[in-house]
Design a protein around this ligand. Structure first.
Ligand code: ATP
Length: 235
């Protein structure tokens, strides 16, 4: 049984069919990448899994349970957390407050130890614990967005465009964190514009075009596949 199973998922925004009949699986322990051009439906897929977006058809199963219609806070409780596109940290709140918000589904007694764990993993956040999140660099905000998601101790971490707008050296740092998190047992579904980078960091890749999955395979095999380039250039 896969940790995440999406079957025939369709999501609309009014008349726009953002995702059409998408099926995919993520096995426990994997990093799986979703790639595709702008507007292909990647973010919408993640939002359907984290239950922020309502599907019009299809089934989403997590650890064998049908979660297609559960509320978003229930999804966090059962082990699904999302680091959203554009980070969306609370700019006028401190790093510490942002982290504590990520733990709202957890017992209050665990909060202190969990925050400490995040500061050990992301020392730069620990050094700036009381600093307002809005004053952080883009890379630090990305680390905060990931750390905030990790505060709920997810089994499945959804990462939306973690490299967006960051300098290459910071992107490398973020991706080494992604590898480390996975090595320590977190299963990851990753959406990323930088296809090569994402494929190098993942076990398998699904390619989306105009809301539909066109092909998928082992990342190591797809990394030099010209169909991937084709998907980006839109034919
Ligand atoms: P990007 O890399 O640009 O984020 P994406 O692959 O993540 O692209 P989505 O953001 O999932 O794609 O968008 C899929 C389609 O749904 C696009 O046609 C987009 O314009 C449309 N869409 C996304 N969000 C909304 C919304 N809130 N209202 C209406 N249409 C939307």
């Amino acid at each position: 049984m896969a940790l995440l199973e999406i079957e025939n998922l369709s999501v609309n925004y009014g008349a726009i069919q953002a995702v059409r009949g998408l099926s995919l699986t993520v096995e426990e322990g994997e990093v799986v990448t979703l790639i595709g051009a702008n507007g292909a439906g990647k973010t919408t897929t993640l939002r359907a899994v984290s239950r922020l977006q309502k599907p019009v058809a299809g089934t989403i199963r997590f650890a064998g349970r049908d979660i297609t219609r559960i509320p978003a806070d229930e999804a966090v409780k059962i082990g699904i957390a999302q680091s959203p596109e554009g980070r969306q940290v609370l700019a006028r709140q401190s790093i510490q407050d942002n982290l504590e918000l990520g733990a709202y589904t957890r017992p209050a007694a665990d909060m202190k130890a969990d925050v400490k764990r995040m500061y050990e993993r992301f020392p730069r956040l620990g050094e700036r614990a009381s600093q307002l999140a809005g004053t952080l660099s883009g890379g630090e905000q990305q680390m905060l967005a990931i750390a905030r998601a990790l505060m709920s101790r997810p089994k499945l971490l959804l990462l939306d465009e973690p490299s967006l707008g960051l300098a290459p050296i910071i992107v490398r740092e973020i991706f080494s964190i992604i590898r480390e998190l996975n090595a320590q047992g977190t299963t990851i579904l990753l959406v990323e514009q930088n296809a090569k980078l994402a494929m190098n960091a993942s076990h398998r890749t699904y390619v989306l075009e105009a809301g539909q999955m066109t092909f998928h395979g082992n990342s190591a095999e797809l990394v030099n596949d010209e169909r991937v380039l084709h998907a980006y250039l839109g034919g």
